[in-house]
Design a protein around this ligand. Structure first.
Ligand SMILES: Nc1ncnc2c1ncn2[C@@H]1O[C@H](COP(=O)(O)OP(=O)(O)OP(=O)(O)O)[C@@H](O)[C@H]1O
Ligand SMILES: [Mg+2]
Length: 389
């Protein structure tokens, strides 16, 4: 046996599904010959076990034909991507993980955070979707540069829009611009369910969900419809925002949603002309709250005019200016979130069984004394009132 004979035999082995052979693809290496004994590695890119098996079988046949005796073919395949290990109700099972972005207060930067974290996750190689679940004030289309684009409807399903490598859907893309909507609780629930069930999301590693402010029907419905892998709270450093953020963290706790951390937004101000950082709302004031909820601050994002401009013009800073300080901080936050998501899945995932409605079909949970707690807690939330009394 010589290396030439071995290579010539292996070049008759086609890569399953292709007209090219495994030698031409450059998959064969580490050929060791000892008399008529041959061993070699085949490094393939598919994790499907049937591909590895066919290559092994075909290679063995070809080498035996060429006169080899003991044949050792080591097929090295990438590990199968780990599926989400979460349990319970999931009406969007093709999505592996769900990241819920919440805040107690409006206007603190949830949508800005959702957009930039989604882009950072995509830049880190994840397949990402971004759902704007803020049905009252959908801002994601503008922030993603999709203001005038209408989605394609396929039967009663809707194809998500695409921007910056991310799948996107928002009530803003489904209704006329400037139109205001008056939602009742039951309609909010239906809308959230449809966003998950009737949008043709691909197989996503993660769906980032930008929530309306507060702790109301939208949050509860989301938690009941899909196993939310992690919740992220956005706050600004002032005391009044922190008070509201506590409610948001408490909601995650009550809904059994693991907390990914806190993003302290508008934390300091970077002057565009000098680059000097000023303390406006305070800075680092969220740490005691993070300690209280046994979580961490995963980013302090300063007030930077380029973040606001990026939002208004649909050019998110993490995409258009990845070397900026804020973009780097979003990237680090996304790394932290992903590491935690992997750990949660490695430890058995999340389960939303305990937060399912307990009322019989047709009876609203909001009309019973046993209504889940977060629903009763909202104060300034715009999801207020289930509308079914
Ligand atoms: N770090 C920042 N620096 C400068 N501007 C910012 C920053 N974060 C957010 N903004 C701007 O502040 C405004 C409010 O942000 P955003 O819409 O993300 O908040 P929100 O919490 O989603 O609000 P709502 O509760 O209304 O949904 C936007 O114009 C956004 O561009
Ligand atoms: Mg918003």
């Amino acid at each position: 046996m010589t290396e030439e004979i071995v290579k010539s035999a292996l070049s008759k082995v086609l890569y399953p599904g292709f007209t090219k052979d495994i030698v031409t693809f450059g998959f064969v290496n580490n050929i060791v010959i000892n008399g008529d004994d041959v061993s070699f590695n085949v490094e393939i890119t598919s994790s499907a076990p049937e591909v590895a098996k066919q290559i092994k079988d075909d290679a063995t046949v070809e080498l035996m034909r060429a006169g080899a005796d003991n044949i050792t073919c080591n097929v090295k395949a990438p590990v199968m991507p780990r599926e989400s290990s979460s349990k319970g109700k999931n009406i969007a099972p093709q999505v592996k993980n769900f990241l819920m972005v919440s805040s107690g207060k409006g206007g603190v930067g949830k949508s800005t955070t959702s957009v930039n974290i989604a882009i950072a996750l995509a830049a880190q190689g994840k397949k990402v979707g971004l759902l704007d679940a803020d049905i009252y004030g959908p801002n994601i289309p503008r922030m993603m540069g999709l203001s005038d684009i209408k989605p394609e409807v396929n039967g009663n399903k809707v194809l998500p829009l695409k921007a910056y490598g991310i799948e996107v859907m928002s009530m803003g893309s489904l209704m006329e611009e400037g139109q205001s909507l008056i939602w009742r609780g039951a309609m909010i629930m239906k809308a959230i369910e449809q966003f998950l069930r009737d949008i043709l999301w691909s197989e996503l590693d993660v769906l980032v969900i930008d929530m309306p402010p507060g702790t109301g029907d939208a949050q509860l419905t989301l938690a009941q419809s899909v196993p939310v892998t992690m919740g992220l709270t956005v706050t600004t450093p002032q005391g009044v925002s922190l008070d509201d953020s506590r409610r948001s963290l408490d909601m995650f706790r009550k809904l059994n949603i693991p907390i990914a951390g806190i993003i302290e937004n508008m934390s300091g101000f970077i002057a565009p002309d000098t680059g000097v950082e000023y303390d406006i709302f305070g800075k680092g004031t969220s740490q005691p709250m993070a300690d209280e909820f046994n979580t961490k601050i995963i980013a302090e994002i300063p007030i930077e005019s380029s973040i606001r401009v990026g939002g208004d013009e649909g050019k998110p800073i993490t995409f258009v200016n990845p070397s900026s300080e804020s973009a780097k901080r979003y990237m680090k936050a996304a790394e932290s979130i992903w590491a935690d998501i992997e750990e949660i899945n490695a430890n058995g995932g999340v389960d939303n069984q305990a937060v399912q409605p307990t009322t019989p079909p047709g009876v609203s949970a909001c009309s019973t004394a046993a209504a889940p707690k977060p629903k009763q807690e909202h104060s300034h939330d715009s999801g207020g009132g289930c509308g079914c009394h």
